[in-house]
Design a protein around this ligand. Structure first.
Ligand code: HEC
Ligand code: HEC
Length: 190
């Protein structure tokens, strides 16, 4: 290799390194609000659940989803159709239903500046009122690299609706990918 070629190679390598570093910084920026611990403190993906009646009634069959994971119109629709809830009857007495609806609406995605709330809301078209968090565009985008054998084909998970089986700090409102541990598979490497 002559000297000119060597210089050229070096320049190309430097540009390559800068591009990689740039991508890493951009990626970090995308998660800006997400930095854990240290100087930046802790910024959760979604505000944690704070209502004991909600946890008791809506956390008995599955994970107690944070209200910030869906817009108010989704919660209202869901709470008005509890007799036909994903193939189950999840009906409540009128008073409990009213209290839980009020709690969900008061803490819905629109009311929050937490990252997952904002992103889920932005990913829902027009006035759609999805009932499944796991069917929203943001959710499917974030999970598209997670193969079916780790979810449906995994007896310890079964469904994407089981947030807490993979996200070890989901109950605290944290969905950081570094805290994911898929039962039977361990940490997720993409
Ligand atoms: C009798 C059992 C039962 C009760 C009680 C129940 N659910 Fe469900 N829920 C289900 C089933 C079954 C599914 C579907 C889970 C799946 O797709 O794997 C579901 C799914 C959901 C989902 C969608 C999850 C996703 O993103 O795919 C939400 C949100 C939800 N329930 C909210 C509630 C709320 C709010 C309450 C309390 C009012 C409640 N559930 C009470 C059985 C129940
Ligand atoms: C089968 C295991 C599994 C289940 C169940 C699951 N997730 Fe995830 N989730 C993952 C993995 C793995 C990632 C990271 C994917 C990647 O990096 O490509 C992720 C990423 C995310 C992210 C993005 C985090 C970030 O740092 O950008 C959010 C938010 C999230 N999940 C929310 C949920 C919610 C809410 C539920 C339940 C409705 C759920 N997940 C259910 C495995 C799971």
């Amino acid at each position: 290799m002559n000297e000119r070629k060597a210089v050229l190679m070096t320049v190309i390598m430097i540009i390559g390194c800068l591009a990689i570093a740039g991508a890493a910084i951009a990626d970090d920026d995308e998660r800006g609000e997400h930095r854990r611990g240290g100087l930046f403190g802790r910024r959760l993906d979604v505000a944690p659940v704070t209502n004991a009646i909600y946890t008791k009634e809506c956390g008995s069959c599955h994970f107690a989803y944070q209200p910030g994971l869906l817009p108010a119109r989704s919660w209202t629709k869901m709470m008005n159709t509890l007799d036909k809830h994903f193939g189950d009857n999840a009906e409540l007495d009128a008073e409990t239903q009213k209290e839980i609806t009020a709690y969900l609406v008061a803490n819905s995605a629109e009311t929050s500046s937490h990252k997952a709330s904002v992103k889920i809301l932005n990913s829902i078209k027009g006035d759609d009122a999805p009932l499944a968090i796991s069917k929203t565009a943001y959710f499917t985008r974030k999970h598209r690299e997670v193969p079916e054998r780790m979810v449906k084909g995994n007896a310890q998970v079964k469904s994407f609706a089981a947030c807490g089986t993979c996200h070890t700090a989901a109950d605290k409102g944290s969905y950081d990918e570094h805290e994911v541990k898929i039962p039977g598979f361990g940490k997720f490497e993409d």
